[in-house]
Design a binder for this molecule. Structure first.
Ligand code: UDP
Length: 382
């Protein structure tokens, strides 16, 4: 054996684990089928603009341990995500807050906004309860995303800012989507356009590639190396494998394929210095096929004479594109359980990250999960 760990995937999860394993004196080989490190946080450099090739990544967390950890490898800038939502040319602030309510209804005080939402909420919930043969004031249990959204924020915001965006994003009606997706979206009765509620937020100065590069500094890395093309050979190199790809692919889809939602990105360089005045503009109406336009330079307050924008199109997951979002509905979760049970009995293989755990992880969740795995795994062997 040449290595203690073969780490399949040079993304955030694999890189954090690789760093910790090296620090614990382990011999580590990291492989990735792509020609670059950093997985989906990889950025391409265009005139000093870091173009988030696989979708915008904004680091945010409430976990001080995770924040301190990533800050050991990179300083972070003061970027605060304040996306703008465009609905048929009307612009609204996100997340839903007093600016949004003011634009939507002309209300000025939190009390007025709450009254508006309550009025819309009440009518809707009463109607739904009646359909279910329940009293209007009985506890309301939303059964899908539409019910969850309207019962939280009312019909107007749902119709303009949630329905079209969400149906494009997930490729199915809101009535067929799980309620939990929308719980990611904060709303508040203050004039505060900071999208995230988390205490810490920013973009690594120097970009994500630098951060991952630092994490992997001491590890041996082989790019353009597809695990599945030389599995036996690669397995033979190490005592243990940490696999960060899709768990169903690892087992050759023996119970069937897990479903993912994918994205297509259309990058465009423009010879102007400022296209949309903000890093993220969401397009919420159904008729526009993309969900958002990212203007990358604004993540790092770039002053270049040119700019790069990316239109983000939700897409079905096929053999040609990348798996981005797990679809955590009942069918897929049942299938996942089978793979997880199998994983628990597979000796010498560890699984981690958004794809292997089939979880809608943010970057901080990913770092936390990788550190936890490292703590358990490396302590065990010390
Ligand atoms: N969402 C929405 N309108 C928006 C932005 C988000 O309805 O303008 C909903 C949508 O259902 C989406 C979910 O909120 O799937 C989570 O959005 P978020 O921006 O957190 O997703 P991510 O950045 O992970 O793609």
């Amino acid at each position: 054996m040449n290595y203690d760990y073969l780490i399949v995937g040079a993304g955030l999860f694999g890189s954090v684990f690789a760093h910790e394993a090296k620090a614990a004196g382990k011999r580590v080989l990291v492989i990735d089928r792509r020609p670059h490190i950093a997985g989906n946080v990889y950025c391409r450099d265009v005139e000093g603009i870091h173009v988030h090739e696989y979708g915008a990544h904004i680091f945010h967390t409430n976990n001080k341990e995770v924040w301190d950890y990533v800050n050991r490898f990179s300083e972070f800038n003061r970027f605060t995500n304040s996306p703008v939502a465009n609905f048929r040319g009307e612009l609204y602030s996100l997340p839903f807050n007093m600016y949004t309510f003011n634009k939507m209804w002309g209300v000025v005080t939190p009390k007025e906004a709450e009254a508006r939402i309550e009025e819309q909420r009440k009518g809707y919930v009463a109607q739904k309860q009646a359909e279910r043969g329940l009293a209007p004031d009985a506890p309301f249990e939303p059964e899908n995303l539409e019910e969850q959204a309207i019962s939280l924020i009312g019909v107007d915001i749902y119709e303009k800012l949630i329905k079209g965006y969400t149906e494009k994003q997930w490729g199915r009606p809101c009535t067929e989507l799980p309620a939990f997706i929308i719980k990611r979206l904060p709303f508040r009765f203050t004039y505060d356009n900071n999208y995230f509620n988390d205490e810490y937020q920013g973009i690594p100065k120097g970009g994500y590639n630098e951060l991952i590069h630092k994490l992997l500094e001491k590890a041996e890395v082989r790019l353009n190396t597809n695990y599945f093309s030389a599995r036996e050979e690669l397995d033979a190199l190490a005592d243990k494998v940490l696999f960060t790809g899709c768990i169903d692919e690892f087992y050759d889809y023996r119970f069937g394929r897990l479903e993912y939602r994918s994205l297509c990105f259309e990058h465009e360089r423009l010879e102007i210095d400022n296209y949309q005045g903000n890093a993220v503009v969401n397009y919420c109406e159904r008729e526009i096929p993309y969900t958002r336009i990212i203007e990358h330079k604004h993540f790092e307050f770039g002053t270049q004479p040119c700019t790069v924008i990316t239109r983000e199109y939700p897409a079905a997951f096929t053999a040609e594109n990348e798996p981005y979002y797990p679809v955590n509905d009942d069918t897929n979760m049942t299938l996942l359980k089978k793979y997880k049970d199998l994983a628990n009995t597979t000796a010498n293989v560890l699984f981690g990250g958004r794809l292997a755990q089939y979880a809608y992880f943010d970057m901080d969740d990913t770092v936390e999960a990788a550190l936890n795995l490292a703590k358990n795994e490396l302590k065990k062997e010390l």
